[in-house]
Write a protein that binds this ligand. Structure first.
Ligand code: SF4
Length: 454
């Protein structure tokens, strides 16, 4: 069939913040780059604009692709319906939710795309043109990242990241060999950590002309241990770029690599988001060997990283089986004493395909009739073991009010800002306060949506 145009849709929830959308639609940018030059392609990002009025010009010669995490899958279903109503015959849906739970999407999507789509997407385009489409394309080989879906100049120009987005996203590694019982990363990206060639990373940064980014990598910090030579080479190469700052997720063992942390600072890294997850040592089984719930070790890690001039964002999760309301307040006490630069306290979420969810199903502990849009780590979607739903909600709201109180946010923001030399302060002001601000917005969304949920 003749293929007129390809539309790639990224559902969103945040919308614009002070005129720009939060983060660039990176996966869609890479998929759009795989579209042959003679086929028109557009990326529609719900965070940038309202999409509802855009479908009317589409028809049967157009191919629509949608990516969705679990919390956005209902939006993906709605956009599929709008596309069908406009006359589109083929809507392909991919992303983490489909990979984790294909049977949930199969009834309403024309094509489901499980695993990484970088190899299957070009086949879908070809099959559309040859009338040989299948209803399921799967790529769970976790192939080498070398040369995979480089961004095209056409897409870079079209997305115009500097004008439209606060934070460009970038990928350097994929996969995580840990096995935390609540995490989807190993099921979506595989258990082997894979690395993009350093020269490809640098080339992409230069061609996109971005001066900062957030890494989408699940656990970049593990590269310190798995391939220190690669990590050193990467940092030395990034040092020479005109970057002004970047941030990434890591686990706390990075503090044992002071020389690499020094190089990271020279490579313009600003802060590490470290998943401590819990201050409750009874939860260590669920933490897959990366944390042990021991605050003394956490403190040592925070201090060691900060001594290298990097900020630390502490990530904590509430709701493990051994957690009581007291754990939330112990976390708050620890955060206060430890000198963290930002912090996030989220609700444990039973994503499809995880051992944690399997256990809850066996024990009949999922709260019934909760839509996927609440699987956003801000809402409780199951019955906790060591407290009631009401206790959890009440204490979680109280502790979040303490964490995201403007005074505390300003205090942490200035702490982070002061890690930079005076001449860099104006350039670092946004990044020093934006992390907590983002988490506060999520908490505000929770406060608005809870009445509809309960
Ligand atoms: S270490 Fe992080 S990315 Fe890896 S499985 Fe655990 S939570 Fe997921």
């Amino acid at each position: 069939m003749e293929l007129r145009k390809i539309i790639l849709i990224q559902p969103g929830r945040e919308g614009r913040i002070f005129g720009k959308a939060p983060a660039s639609p990176y996966t869609m940018m890479r998929l759009a780059s795989l579209v042959p030059d003679d086929i028109e392609v557009e990326i529609w990002d719900e965070n940038w604009e309202n999409l509802d009025g855009k479908f009317k010009d589409l028809g049967k010669h157009d191919l629509v692709g949608i990516t969705a995490k679990t919390l956005a899958i209902e939006a993906a279903q709605r956009y599929t319906r709008l596309a069908h109503e406009a006359g589109v015959e083929v809507v392909a849906v991919g992303g983490s939710h489909v990979t984790l739970m294909p049977e949930d999407v199969k009834p309403w999507a024309d094509i489901i795309v499980t695993g990484e789509a970088y190899y299957t997407w070009p086949r879908i385009i070809e099959d559309f043109q040859n009338d040989t489409l299948k209803d399921h394309y799967d790529d769970t080989e976790w192939a080498d990242l070398k040369g995979v879906a480089p961004l095209s100049d056409r897409v870079i120009k079209m997305v115009d990241e500097r004008r439209r987005y606060w934070t460009p996203l970038l990928e350097i590694t994929r996969g995580c060999p840990r096995n935390c019982t609540f995490c989807t990363a190993i099921r979506v990206s595989g258990q082997k950590m894979r690395f993009r060639p350093v020269d490809e990373v640098v080339e992409e940064i230069e061609r996109r002309k971005i001066d900062r980014f957030f890494l989408t990598d699940d656990n970049f910090g593990l590269a310190f241990a798995i391939d220190p030579e690669y990590t050193e080479k990467l940092f030395l190469a990034l040092e020479k770029t005109p970057l002004r700052g970047w941030t990434t997720q890591a686990e706390m063992m990075v503090h044992k690599y002071p020389e690499l942390l020094k190089l990271a600072k020279r490579a313009h890294m600003d802060k590490l988001f470290i998943g401590f997850e819990s201050v409750n040592p009874d939860n260590r089984r669920e933490l897959g060997g990366k944390s042990k719930g021991l605050t003394k070790q956490y403190q040592e890690a925070i201090t060691n990283v900060q001594q290298q001039g990097l900020s630390v964002v502490g990530l904590f999760v509430f709701g493990f089986d051994a957690d009581t309301p007291q754990v939330m307040w112990d976390t708050w006490d620890f955060a206060q004493k430890s000198g963290l630069d930002s912090m996030s306290a989220t609700v444990l979420t039973p994503y499809p395909g995880t051992p944690f969810r399997d256990d809850l199903i066996k024990e009949n502990r999922l709260i019934p009739d909760i839509g996927w849009r609440y699987y956003d780590t801000a809402h409780l979607t199951y019955y906790p073991k060591s407290m009631t739903v009401e206790e959890f909600e009440r204490e979680y709201d109280r502790v979040c009010k303490a964490i995201y109180h403007p005074y505390r946010m300003v205090q942490r923001g200035f702490r982070s800002l002061m890690r930079h030399p005076w001449r860099r302060v104006p350039a670092k002001a946004f990044g020093s306060f934006s992390t907590d601000y983002g988490y506060r917005r999520t908490f505000a969304w929770r406060s608005r949506s809870i009445p509809a949920l309960r």
